[in-house]
Design a protein around this ligand. Structure first.
Ligand code: DGL
Length: 290
């Protein structure tokens, strides 16, 4: 068992969005090794349908198990979780597995107006899994659910471009214009009765445009995302399975523990890794996962 504990944790997403989850995982589990796979050649998943997303999820799980001998898997993608996590669970019952879903239950504890906004991909928000989750909370709050077609893809593209200079108006970027369209379609945000006071970020990409969403929704609106709770759950699962990595006692030798792989252009992953996680370009490589 001691050798199994030193194996890496696999993390994957359709693209760079899951890096937001990886950031929380690295902070909560500093002794672990991680292999992150961005399926950028096949992103976005959100508008592709369950069969496609299910097939990609299986191919990637198999790849991470066979090529990287992962001891646990975090599906850092709401869309893939909604489409395929039940099948991954039944195919690999012994694999500690963590998926993501829009954090609408935690939002209930936070909202004062009882009006909660939920943004995510069309795949996630029209899934049977999300429908069941919403149904289980019926009557406890009013949920304003908004699929954001194209936003994850625009976030992927934005990584390759220089960061907008401070003071750039929100609508001047492609991501900002999309955020404005979708936030505008949801109604009034704020803390007065009848306004949306809580916004659930139901796609792992969206945390990277939180500043644009914040500028549009206003400073008082609470944002709920899933990175930290997912990291805590991953820790619990590993503990229960006796798979938590032991510190090796030499901090200098412990870094770097993270390999970042992409099925798309490596430059995009390198830019995202550096911008959002402060990781060097040599952590990143392109791989083929047919
Ligand atoms: N980041 C993903 C999610 O959490 C999916 C984005 C996409 O590929 O459409 O749903």
């Amino acid at each position: 068992m001691s050798e199994a504990r030193q194996l890496p944790i696999g993390v994957f997403d359709s693209g760079v969005g899951g890096l937001s989850v990886l950031r929380a995982l690295r902070a909560a589990l500093p002794h672990e090794r991680f292999v992150y796979l961005a399926d950028s050649a096949h992103a976005p998943y959100g508008e592709r349908g369950d069969a496609y997303v299910g097939a990609r999820t299986h191919a990637i799980t198999q790849y991470l198990l066979e090529q990287h001998h992962i001891k646990a898997l975090v599906v850092a993608c709401n869309t893939a979780t909604a489409a395929a996590i039940h099948e991954v669970r039944s195919r690999y019952p012994a694999l500690p597995l963590v998926g993501l879903e829009p954090a609408i239950k935690p939002a209930l504890a936070v909202t004062r107006t009882g009006r909660v906004g939920v943004i995510g991909t069309r795949g996630t928000l029209t899934s049977a899994k999300f429908d069941k989750l919403l149904g289980s909370l019926a009557g406890q709050a009013e949920f304003v659910v908004q699929p954001c077609d194209g936003l994850a893809h625009a976030i992927e593209r934005s990584v390759a471009q220089p960061e907008p200079s401070p003071g750039t108006p929100v609508g001047a970027t492609e991501t900002g214009a999309l955020c404005a369209r979708y936030i505008g379609a949801m109604g009034d945000f704020g803390t007065a009765p009848g306004q949306i006071d809580t916004l659930v970020l139901g796609c792992t990409h969206y945390i990277f445009v939180a500043h644009e969403l914040r500028a549009l929704a206003g400073p008082e609106v609470q944002f709920i995302e899933t990175g930290e709770p997912v990291a805590r759950q991953t820790r619990r699962l590993l503990e229960t399975a006796g798979l938590l990595a032991a510190p090796n006692g030499d901090q200098a030798k412990e870094a770097p523990h993270t390999r970042l792989l992409t099925t798309g252009p490596v430059a995009m992953l390198q830019a995202a890794a550096q911008r959002w996680l402060g990781l060097p370009a040599d952590c990143c490589e392109t791989v083929s996962v047919p």
